[in-house]
Design a protein around this ligand. Structure first.
Ligand code: ADP
Ligand code: MG
Length: 657
């Protein structure tokens, strides 16, 4: 027993320590969250298996949408359903923004299709250039970081799990696309912190899907020997596309290579369909639709539905009442048309498959199974192209494409908590991009960790000064595959200074790149060969939220949550008041013949007054006001219809009058 534990035991007594040990043994595994671009899913390991948790509407996935209105904040279906009436304040696709710069080409491109507004943070220091989402909430302009919006979705998933489990949930394994870079992973982790979660591990979505596959497949032969399988996880979702080659064995999942496209998915297919129909409308009606966000939002929702239908039928119709200027819209779309509009995008899905096989040094025939993940893999043409690419090989559709990722994440959360049948499972992930250094602006990217290196990993190299009496060395960290450092994604820089005066090449320093199990990078530099040792570590990117900012957002998140709950209670109080009005109205109707004109007028006036008040105040969000109005109406009703005898009441009424 170490000294700190024995000191504690002396202070608190051994029974305290036993309790601590016992509570550790019963640890409830964390939840697994698939934080998707368009839909999110939450699962938990319980009763010896993974359970996908349904939300309050009974759905197993929840739209990753957040909306703000004059009075309230909505998350999930409620946000998506009101989108067309409130498109500028309804936020979706935030995963496309997280961890990216405002100037990022894909952000600039995406912004053209979003009805909501995104700006560059005006308070940012020069390099940061972070995007902010602008909304009007409770009649005030509010700015939110992508981390904050993502935290709202994560908090919703946490709440769904808590409602189901009947207790507070803290720990979670959250998944990200394999192609997410360091900044995107860190930002996702920060979003978890803002949501009040302890993100125990970030894992790649395809790895999670491979775990789900592994749990569902026999990975031993008839003699109980382990069999290894190479599986290709083809994950085509709403906004991202990931391909991974995973070597799966019983209790061992080793990602051999990853590839993908951060900007390819169902949303792009919807955009093509919207574009086609907008052109059709503008041609027919000689009217510009591009600057009508409400119409575009409604058209987009209809296009998504049509696209889904076309996965199971060959023709579908789109009908929207009063789409613009009182004009209804109606059109028929065939599967062939939809495929033609998107064929180049579907074909584009095969390039990362090809690259992934090359990186893993495998042939098509080495792949044992092709696992389909993500809603867009339901598109028949996508399946057909993929099957043709693999020379007619059957695709594995056994696992649910919408749930596989959360399933794997929950299973991994159980493994990390030491629970379940697979607690000896080892997960081996790889870095999606090469990581390297530019020393003293010499322009060339000096790669430390090549892409597809297994993580966690730690690689050190020695550098030398390039000038006589050099006082400082500037180290800039990049990720990417380009030869010239500046063509890659800049992660951060730092100076190693106070170097002793020496001729060039004589002053040596070690630089160490360390990637932890979440895929998060720390770079440190260490002066050697002198007594004067120096060490600098960077874990933060320029642009990453600071601890203070995260703390502030955590507090804001709690305030928003409390406001949401207050509003929910106010709506319940309003419904209670309306039900009461209905009851009283019925009662007056029933007892009409037993009441005097004065009595009737007294109650009817009170009802009218209360209803008038509701008309003006139904969005006030104040529970106590609804309760007060109910008490006022009740006092009039009790007065007239109370338990006293009719005679007494009428006498009293006459006295009042
Ligand atoms: P993400 O993980 O990116 O949030 P999902 O895996 O949940 O995405 O997939 C969502 C995408 O799948 C959406 O674009 C949705 O329209 C699309 N999708 C869902 N079901 C179908 C279907 N039956 N046919 C075609 N696309 C579908
Ligand atoms: Mg997904």
């Amino acid at each position: 027993m170490n000294s700190s534990i024995s000191t504690l035991m002396k202070k608190k007594g051994s029974s305290w320590w036993k309790t601590v040990l016992a509570s550790r043994k019963q640890k409830q595994p964390g939840i697994g969250i698939d934080l998707g671009t368009t839909y999110s899913c939450v699962a938990v390991w319980q009763h010896g298996r993974v359970e996908i948790i349904t939300n309050n509407l009974g759905n197993r996935t929840t739209p990753s949408w957040v909306a703000f209105t004059q009075t309230n904040r909505f998350i999930g279906e409620a946000a998506k359903n009101q989108a067309s009436m409130n498109s500028t304040n309804t936020i979706f696709d935030v995963k496309r923004l997280i961890g990216r710069k405002f100037s990022d080409e894909t952000v600039q491109d995406d912004m053209k299709h979003w009805p909501f507004k995104v700006i560059a943070d005006p308070n940012d220091i020069i390099d940061a250039n972070n995007p902010l989402i602008v909304v009007t909430y409770k009649d005030e302009e509010k700015l939110f970081t992508p981390e904050q919006i993502s935290s709202m979705i994560l908090a919703k998933m946490k709440e769904i799990a808590e409602t189901y489990l009947g207790k507070e949930v803290k720990d979670a394994v959250v998944t990200v696309p394999a192609y997410f870079n360091d900044a995107q992973r860190l930002a996702t982790k920060d979003a978890g912190v803002i949501a009040g979660l302890n993100v125990v591990r970030i894992i790649n979505e395809p790895t999670a899907a491979a775990i789900a596959y592994g749990l569902d497949n026999e990975l031993t032969d008839g003699y109980n020997n382990k069999v290894a399988k190479n599986i290709l996880v083809f994950d085509l979702g709403g906004g991202t596309f990931d391909v991974s080659l995973v070597a799966v064995q019983k209790d061992l999942f080793e990602v051999k290579a990853v590839n993908g496209d951060t900007h390819l998915g169902g949303g792009d297919f919807d955009t093509r369909l919207v574009g086609y129909l907008v052109a059709e409308i503008e041609r027919k009606h000689k009217k510009k639709l591009g600057d009508n966000p409400r119409a575009l939002g409604r058209l987009r929702a209809a296009c998504e539905r049509a696209k889904r239908n076309l996965s199971s039928t060959t023709e579908t119709s789109i009908e929207i009442d009063c789409l613009f200027d009182g004009n209804d819209f109606c059109s028929t779309i065939t599967r062939a048309r939809f495929e033609k509009l998107n064929l180049d995008l579907f074909e584009k899905c095969l390039e990362p498959v090809d690259k992934c096989l090359k990186d893993a040094q495998m042939r098509k025939a080495d792949v044992h199974d092709i696992v389909l993940v993500g809603g867009s893999t339901r598109i028949p043409k996508v399946q057909e192209l993929l099957q043709n690419y693999f020379e007619g090989k059957e695709l594995c559709t056994r696992i649910n494409p919408d749930e596989a990722v959360a399933y794997g994440a929950a299973s991994h959360a159980a493994i990390l908590a030491g629970v379940g049948d697979h607690k000896d499972t080892v997960l081996v992930d790889v870095t999606p991009l090469s990581l390297g250094l530019e020393v003293n602006e010499d322009a060339v990217m000096n790669i430390f960790i090549p892409r597809n290196t297994t993580i966690p990993t730690k690689i050190s190299k020695t550098g030398y000064t390039s000038k006589d009496n050099q006082e400082a060395v500037q180290l800039s960290v990049y990720e990417g595959e380009r030869l010239i450092a500046k063509d890659n994604n800049f992660l951060g820089k730092f100076l190693l200074y106070n170097l002793p005066p020496r001729p060039k090449g004589e002053c040596k320093f070690d630089v160490c790149f360390n990637i932890d199990a979440d895929g998060i990078l720390t770079v440190s530099a260490n002066l050697i060969g002198t007594n004067n040792k120096d060490e600098i570590t960077i874990t933060d990117h320029c642009g990453r939220l600071t601890k203070d900012e995260i703390d502030r957002m955590v507090k804001e998140g709690e305030i928003y949550k409390a406001q949401d709950e207050e509003f929910k209670r106010a709506i319940e109080a309003k419904t209670t008041l309306e039900n009461y009005i209905e009851d009283v109205t019925m009662m007056v109707r029933r007892r009409r013949h037993m009441m005097s004109e004065d009595e009737k007028r007294l109650i009817e006036d009170a009802i009218k007054r209360t209803m008038g008040w509701i008309d003006w105040n139904y969005l006030c969000g104040d529970v106590s006001l609804f309760e007060l109005k109910k008490a006022e109406l009740r006092s009039v009703c009790d007065y007239v219809l109370g338990k006293k005898s009719r005679k007494t009441k009428v006498t009293e009424l006459n006295n009042v009058d």
